[in-house]
Design a protein around this ligand. Structure first.
Ligand code: SME
Length: 159
């Protein structure tokens, strides 16, 4: 069976609308956490060509680097540190239009200009974040937040 992703063109919403059923297909019947995080990272990176897409997972009270696509990244982030640690502390999504203006932003890559972080919950418990970085300022908005949350819900339904 071919698992090639169909890459959509069009508006951001149209791209997500094309991608989401494909992500559902990729995750269907698969309960392995790492496999699913890896395929979500790869499919988002392939569709949107963002600089970095990946997950940090809570381990021993720190966020530790999980499956990702993009340049090498820092491995551990403490609660309250950087955009990821803040999303954990506040238990909500964070959109950063210009990372240089976000106090405490952790620059894993000097190429990153804007960022979005979405919490990953499992059984009501915070288990990690989906982190996306772009080489352009102001790449992310409420449309990304809405669709990325939908993708995280698909992940949670499959565990
Ligand atoms: N910029 C993030 C760190 C992770 S990298 O972007 C992959 C932060 O400030 O939490």
């Amino acid at each position: 069976m071919s698992t090639d992703l169909k890459i959509a063109t069009g508006s951001k919403a149209e791209q997500y609308e094309s991608l989401i059923p494909q992500i559902k297909g990729l995750l269907q019947g698969e309960t392995d956490w790492i496999a699913n995080l890896a395929n979500i990272s790869a499919s988002l990176k392939e569709q949107f060509d963002w600089l970095w897409v990946g997950f940090y997972l809570v381990k021993n009270d720190e966020l530790v680097l999980g499956p990702f696509q993009g340049p090498v990244a820092c491995t551990r982030i403490k609660k309250g540190r950087g955009v990821c640690g803040k999303a954990w502390e506040q238990m909500n999504a964070i959109i950063v239009e210009d990372v240089s203006k976000f106090p405490g932003h952790i620059a894993c890559s000097s190429l990153s200009k804007s960022e979005i972080v979405i919490p990953v919950m499992h059984n009501g418990k915070f288990t990690g974040v989906l982190d996306v970085d772009s080489v352009f300022f102001n790449s992310f908005d409420k449309t990304d937040e809405r669709y990325l949350k939908e993708i995280i819900e698909i992940l949670e339904e499959n565990i």
